[in-house]
Design a protein around this ligand. Sequence first.
Ligand code: ZN
Length: 65
Amino acid sequence: MKAKVKCPTCQKEIEWSPLFPYRPFCSERCKLIDLGAWASGEFAIAGEPATPLDEHYQTEDPKLH
Ligand SMILES: [Zn+2]
């Protein structure tokens, strides 16, 4: 009996086997969709600094010293 997993992108059930080289995704397409979702910030962690460059600029501002 082979283990089954669900594709995180489309919920399709696949076998955990070399038949599915992109597991846990069912296909390369689903893998890319998932990576794209992360890159676009859909799953961004709340509270993470959105503009680290602004923070840097403030510490370098001579008026603050
Ligand atoms: Zn899929």
